[in-house]
Design a protein around this ligand. Structure first.
Ligand code: SAJ
Length: 419
């Protein structure tokens, strides 16, 4: 029986932790490892560091099913590696050091003939170049038969548990028996289709998925800027176009954040710079959006003669709505532009953040909103919907076209002219 298999997840972050809980909840014997002792201590105190619908239930179920957490590697049939893969700032190529270190760490204790599955997103060829040689070397020195596979994660923050259970999964392995084994493993946790392919194809398709999204968002951001320049309503145009059965333009906004969409597409630009012009320009369009927001802020300040920065507030610090994750957040990028341009931080507030990440951050919404005249909406948290009345005497720059005009004193959109 497959559920008799033991699984050791290495890296208990946004992907590794939900993944360990879903396997444990399905009856597998699961051990979660992380080099960060704080994470382990918290989990062992039964504190769940990630806030996702349905995750608490999975955690309780997993504890009942005997899940364990420590900084050690366990004896397992499958090792699933879910550690960060940033890019190298200068070259934009993937930085494989976290995975390489995780693999080297697990090889100190690995079970002889187990399968090592990489879930972290990597640029095409990374596993062959950086990981496979380490495994081959280990196998030849220790007379073992460790195998490698790639099962790139696909879950979206904000809806992780549902997507873990239902998303289609790409499984990459270069030997048929390993491919079948890992495909069968993932078939135990998702009702979605399991697609079997090579390691290289799995690596490439994952990066392309995020590139497609980045390019699509850049297109909508370009439409937004065109609308602002040539005086048409891009939101209306996108709405109309999306009624076409084969058109799905994403939403324009103040920038693209998170650990994936603004980063993974750079891997292919870093590796193949001469042939990825569209992707490069798309990433640059998205990266320039906080500056576009700043231009609107400056225009509105002038129009309303707002001199006191302390009366301006920024709503939303996370990289997108209803998550408490600030990685690569457009708001933080905007605030650092503002610091350079205006010489000081604005007040800020985010309903999902219970602790301060910035000095001028206000933790109480009433205090925040009462202390400002002009508010910049950077994230469309659903908290806004419960507090619409509070904006009726505010000048609002709504970067998502989210708050209906009648709830504001005066509302500006990024599609307004800045000339
Ligand atoms: N955004 C827009 N307009 C949109 C949609 C998103 O500006 O229409 C912005 C968001 O506000 C956010 C950023 O893009 O700042 C990224 O958000 P997202 O919801 O598109 O994606 P992530 O980063 O939360 O998760 C993505 C997902 N990938 C795809 O949808 C192709 C997820 O499935 C992946 O697991 C994840 O990246 C990852 O780890 O690769």
């Amino acid at each position: 029986m497959l559920t008799n298999s033991k699984i050791n997840i290495i890296g208990l972050g946004y992907i590794g932790l939900p993944t360990s809980l879903i396997f444990s909840s399905k009856g597998f014997s699961v051990h979660g490892s992380d080099i960060n002792i704080n994470i382990i201590e918290n989990l062992n105190k039964r504190y769940l560091p990630i806030n996702e619908i349905g995750l608490d239930e999975l955690f309780k179920l997993s504890i009942n099913n005997g899940i364990t957490f420590s900084s050690e590697i366990a004896n397992a049939d499958f090792y699933i590696v879910a550690v960060p893969t940033p890019y190298i700032a200068k070259t934009k190529k993937v930085d494989p050091s976290f995975i390489v270190n995780a693999i080297k760490g697990l090889l100190k204790k690995v079970k002889a003939n187990s399968v090592i599955i990489i879930e972290s997103t990597v640029s095409p060829g990374t596993i062959k170049t950086y990981i496979a040689p380490i495994i081959e070397d280990y196998n030849s020195k220790n007379n073992t038969f460790l195998k490698l596979a790639h099962a790139p994660e696909r879950i979206i923050p904000g809806n992780m548990v549902y997507e873990l259970k239902t998303n289609s999964r790409t499984i990459g392995a270069d030997e048929p028996d390993v491919l079948d084994k890992v495909a069968n493993l993932y078939a135990q946790i998702t009702s979605g289709k399991i697609v079997k392919t090579s390691i290289y194809n799995a690596e490439l398709s994952k990066v392309i998925e995020n590139t497609f999204r980045a390019v699509n968002i850049a297109f909508s951001n370009e439409l937004l800027k065109l609308g602002s320049k040539y005086n048409f309503d891009p939101y209306e145009i996108i709405k109309i176009c999306n009624l076409h059965p084969r058109v799905k333009i994403l939403n324009p906004g103040p920038g693209v954040g998170g650990h994936c969409i603004p980063i993974d597409p750079w891997f292919i630009v870093g590796d193949w710079p001469l042939h990825t012009q569209l992707t490069k320009i798309a990433l640059e369009i998205n990266e320039a959006m906080p500056d576009f927001v700043l231009k609107h802020i400056n225009k509105i300040k002038k129009l309303h003669n707002i001199k006191d920065n302390a009366r301006i507030g920024l709503y939303g610090l996370t990289y997108k709505e209803n998550v408490d994750d600030i990685r690569e957040s457009p708001s933080l990028q905007l605030l650092s532009l503002i610091e350079n341009a205006l010489g000081g931080y604005l007040k800020s507030f985010d309903p999902t953040l219970k602790n301060k990440v910035l000095e001028n951050q206000v933790l109480n919404f009433e205090e925040f909103i009462d202390g400002i005249d002009f508010v910049i909406i950077m994230v469309k948290h659903s908290h806004l919907l419960q507090n619409l009345q509070k904006f009726s005497n505010k000048i609002v720059l709504d970067s998502h076209n989210f708050i209906p005009m009648q709830y504001t004193k005066i509302r500006y959109l990024l599609s307004d002219s800045i000339d």
